[in-house]
Design a protein around this ligand. Structure first.
Ligand code: BES
Ligand code: ZN
Ligand code: ZN
Length: 490
């Protein structure tokens, strides 16, 4: 993402599309627009194509190019979330219209709102809505545009502050986009091996350390859970460790862990055929971790951050693990398999055990872990399970700041009782559907001896239905909150 800031000069800026925010009650005069915009904007207002209501978007044409007139609702109620949503809607439309670049007329929002927060929310929204996954489009005429350049037009008093934000905002948004690119790659392209190669390429470009563990190294580590899941596939598993170490004093060590099942067929407990293609997205948690590490490498917080990705396929090959098998995780815990489709918690069991070696001050895992969290919360929020109240509160703060919605879920002992096995220390599936996301979280907790929180992102990691302001596919959910957590860590 390219982000530029330019001073407002005489005359109208020439851009393929220019975003102008309009609240209820705004008039042609109050918007302080260049003379060249007045005619088309006046016409749109007169026709009531735009009245300033939320979710309105009118596209009008000045001689200098398109204007995207974007409704913001009541002026008093505008906040970062409102701006982000309005910008996403506009970004999506600009993308649909083939615009690679959008300008933002900052004076339409800034005089009455804090500049930094508005600028960030607008950039996030435009980038989010304007994103398109184009890697597999071979026909030029059908290749969607990808909005990848933003120009903020700022008044004199705002120029310096806006300019100082541009590079770090671009780094953040590139991290989100990197996560979405990974999430959207088909399963035959993003195999566990390809995932590790992509992480290595990213690490090299961003001066991160990258270690990759293959089957032999995992064997040595005693990672019997991920090795068990991987047995049903001809693709080998990988565990990827990305390390960012700050220069100078470090405020501690954060570890982010991601579930990276590049395709979840369910294994021997095979899933039904309907929508099985969506299970290429079962690595959204891992994608968010890699995207966040990329942004963190560029933003350089004063804290050590380690990203761990546990990645493999879950397939029903002839060597596949079976219901009734017992696996042994890296921390020595034995697990009876009661359903091979509950594989995410198994690969996480090893990754969370591994995190212990890093002596972390906090660990956050992200996983498209259960269908049950979608039944509980729908597709608008992640479920947040806090093994540690303080870490949970910090994560909720990041959620509020970023607009990545999270909702606190319970971690009572009762859920753990559901995970007790007759033959091993634990079983991997409760056998009762009720509270399925909570019993999964209770299972994960058994592999953590440090402040830990778990985000079940099954409902938010990707969207299957077109939504205003959002392309179908991977959302990059979690990247911004992880980065926020790291940047504010103390
Ligand atoms: N990857 C799925 C969870 C999922 C479902 C993510 C729908 C996104 C959309 C996970 O591995 C799974 O299959 N979980 C089972 C667990 C059950 C067997 C205990 C589930 O949720 O049904
Ligand atoms: Zn599964
Ligand atoms: Zn899964």
């Amino acid at each position: 993402m390219r982000i530029a800031v330019r001073p407002i000069a005489a005359g109208a800026p020439r851009v393929p599309a220019l975003w102008i925010g309009m609240a209820e009650g705004d008039t042609l005069e109050s918007l302080k627009l260049p003379a060249a915009f007045r005619r088309p904007v006046r016409a749109a207002i007169a026709a009531r194509d735009i009245t300033g209501k939320k979710n309105q978007l009118a596209v009008v044409y000045a001689d200098s190019g398109r204007l995207l007139l974007s409704g913001l609702g009541a002026r008093k109620e505008i906040n970062a979330d409102v701006l982000r949503e309005a910008a996403a809607l506009a970004g999506r439309r600009a993308q649909a219209l083939g615009a690679h670049e959008v300008g933002v007329w900052l004076p339409s929002v800034s005089p009455r709102l804090p500049l930094a927060g508005s600028l960030q929310a607008l950039a996030e929204g435009l980038s989010h809505g304007g994103y398109a996954y184009t890697a597999y489009r071979t026909r030029a005429s059908e290749k969607p545009a990808d909005l990848d350049s933003l120009i903020f037009f700022a008044g004199k008093g705002e120029l310096a502050e806006a300019k100082s934000m541009a590079a770090s905002l671009a780094a953040l948004l590139d991290g989100v986009r990197a996560a979405r690119e990974l999430a959207n790659r088909p399963g035959n392209d993003l195999t566990p091996r390809a995932f590790a190669e992509s992480a290595q390429v990213m690490a090299r470009a961003n001066a991160l350390q990258c270690k990759v563990f293959g089957p032999r190294e995992l064997e040595k580590l005693g990672a019997g859970a991920i090795l068990g899941v991987a047995r049903g596939s001809t693709e080998e598993p990988r565990m990827i460790e990305l390390t960012y170490a700050p220069k100078g004093r470090s405020r501690g060590t954060l570890v982010f862990v991601g579930k990276g099942i590049t395709f979840d067929s369910g294994g021997i407990s095979l899933k039904p055929a309907d929508n099985m293609d969506r299970m290429k997205f079962d690595m959204c948690g891992a994608a968010a971790v890699v995207g966040a590490m990329q942004a963190i490498a560029q933003l350089k917080p004063q804290v050590k951050v380690v990203g761990i990705v546990a990645t493999c396929e879950n397939m029903p090959g002839s060597k596949a693990y079976k219901p009734g098998d017992v696996l042994k995780a890296m921390n020595g815990t034995t697990i009876e398999i009661t359903n091979t489709d509950a594989e995410g918690r198994l690969v996480l069991a090893d990754a969370l055990s591994y995190a212990q070696k890093l002596q972390p001050d906090a660990v956050v895992d992200l996983a498209t872990l259960t269908g049950a969290i979608i039944i509980a919360l729908g597709t608008f929020t992640a479920g947040m399970y806090a093994g540690d109240d303080k870490l949970g509160a910090r994560l909720m703060d990041s959620s509020r700041r970023t607009g990545e919605r999270m909702w606190p879920m319970p971690m009572w002992e009762d859920y753990l009782d559901l995970m007790k096995s007759d033959v091993a220390d634990l079983k991997n599936a409760a056998g009762v559907r009720e509270g399925g996301a909570c019993s999964a979280a209770a299972f994960l907790k058994q592999f953590t001896k440090y402040p830990w929180a778990h985000l079940d992102i099954a409902g938010v990691g990707h969207v299957d239905r077109e939504r205003p302001g959002l392309a179908r596919g991977g959302t990059g959910f979690g990247v911004r909150s992880l980065v926020d957590l790291a940047m504010r860590w103390e």
